[in-house]
Design a protein around this ligand. Structure first.
Ligand code: GLA
Length: 411
């Protein structure tokens, strides 16, 4: 099947059932599979007609990924780029289930935590790989006042509201539409959050686009509109371990965060309102530092978070352009992850609540600090913090923010 003037449809096998893949052709404009189709001709054709394709192709494939306990069918999208980077994402929570990138020797490995099937996600996961909303991070006591009216949200983290409540955007089934461009493939996820969902005011129309570019970037574009004023703070909650699937903890990863200040928290991880300097503290990642080098220092804020679980105030040179927020380097594999964002903050969570009780992909046990999250965002509890940048979206306005993950190798 021809799509545009270059694509052909192939039907690869797969354990998830029939898969439709729109795949770019080779440089000669034909399908490699098509050239090899007459099996009897293989020995004759191979030397002359089927040279190894020097250019891996970009592709986007769609397959079923099971049914939720509520009976909703879930779809899996598999995106690949010419460098072999592979991103798998499902319509349940917009969850990135798999993310394979090359190490310095070109070996591909999965660098995110997650599950092999839908059931454990549906049964309850610590937000592995998911879209977070309507409000990423905590809102104190699940309450805020907006335009003189007080709203009460679901409290699902002690006395506080966390990551959208009992059924946040990570636990709903989104609509997913795959796309392919000249330089990228991706999926557009859409969801309508009804008025009153988890206590939030107004209907929110949300669109989150994942784009995997040929240049090795994974772009998250978040859009939302509301018919009533509401706080909105969307983010992505992938847990990374750049060392790959055989790795243990993430303490050897070397991290840079472009932030001179962070927002200290109380014992329930609600910001005190202060923007404190990182200088002279274990929170200083202005130059590349191993995550584990100070994580167990005697510092009241590390005690509060049981490690790092803090929002950093990014050193922005303009209000909302795309700027570098963080870089991570994993010394054994050489993998690097750079994060650029239009957001004012980034939550660095060092996987402190992972404790070996979750068994993930391929039977892997996720031990203490076996993954880290870097969640671009507005600051936690902004609806109750007049000194923080506003998170209120009003009718007629558009919430629009971009974060880019850039995968590479170094060292
Ligand atoms: C966020 C929070 C953490 C924790 C994780 C999920 O990153 O900041 O405290 O709740 O999600 O376990």
């Amino acid at each position: 099947m021809t799509i545009g003037n270059v694509d052909t449809t192939v039907w690869p096998g797969g354990r998830s059932g029939p898969t439709r893949m729109h795949r770019r052709s080779n440089a000669a404009g034909g399908s490699v599979h098509g050239l090899l189709a007459p099996i009897f001709a293989l020995p004759l054709l191979l030397p002359a007609c089927a040279p190894p394709d020097p250019t891996p192709m970009r592709s986007i494939a769609t397959a079923p990924f099971g049914t939720t306990s509520a009976g909703d069918a879930v779809t899996l999208f598999t995106m690949t780029n010419p460098a072999g980077i592979e991103v798998r994402a499902i319509t349940y929570g917009g969850i990135i289930t798999t993310l394979k990138t090359p190490d310095r020797d070109g070996n591909l490995d999965d660098i995110v935590l997650g599950f092999d099937s839908l059931e454990p996600y549906d049964a309850g996961s610590p937000y592995f790989g998911s879209i977070i909303g309507r409000y990423g991070n905590r809102i104190a006591r699940g309450q805020f006042t907006l335009d003189g009216e007080t709203f009460t949200l679901a409290t699902n983290n002690g006395a506080n509201h966390l990551h959208g409540g009992d059924i946040g955007f990570d636990k709903v089934v989104w609509t997913g539409e795959p796309f392919e461009r000249d330089d990228a493939v991706g999926v557009v996820f859409t969801y309508t959050s009804p008025d009153g969902e988890e206590g939030y005011p107004g209907t929110l129309e949300v669109r989150v686009t994942y784009t995997l570019t040929d240049a090795g970037e994974l772009i998250f574009d978040y859009h939302a509109t509301a018919d009533r004023a509401t706080p909105v703070n969307l983010t992505q909650h992938s847990y990374f371990n750049l060392a790959g699937t055989a790795a243990d903890d993430i303490l050897g990863h070397e991290l840079t965060i472009d932030a001179s200040r962070y927002t200290p928290v109380d014992t329930t991880l609600i910001p005190t309102g202060e923007l404190a300097p990182v200088e002279g503290t274990p929170f200083d990642f202005l130059s590349s530092t191993a995550i584990g080098s100070r994580i167990d220092d005697d510092h009241p804020q590390l005690a509060a978070g049981l490690g790092y679980d803090h929002n950093y105030v990014l050193d922005r040179t303009d209000a909302d352009g795309l700027q570098r927020a963080a870089v991570v380097y994993e010394p054994f594999t050489g993998r690097t992850l750079e994060i650029r964002t239009e957001e004012p903050g980034i939550q660095f969570y060092s996987g402190n609540f992972l404790d070996g009780t979750i068994t993930g992909k391929d039977g892997r046990i996720y031990g203490h600090r076996s993954g880290f999250c870097l969640e671009t965002q507005h600051y936690p509890d902004s609806p109750n913090q007049p000194g923080f940048p506003s998170t209120v979206l009003r009718p007629g306005e558009e919430y629009s923010t971009r974060t880019v993950l850039i995968f590479g190798v170094g060292g």
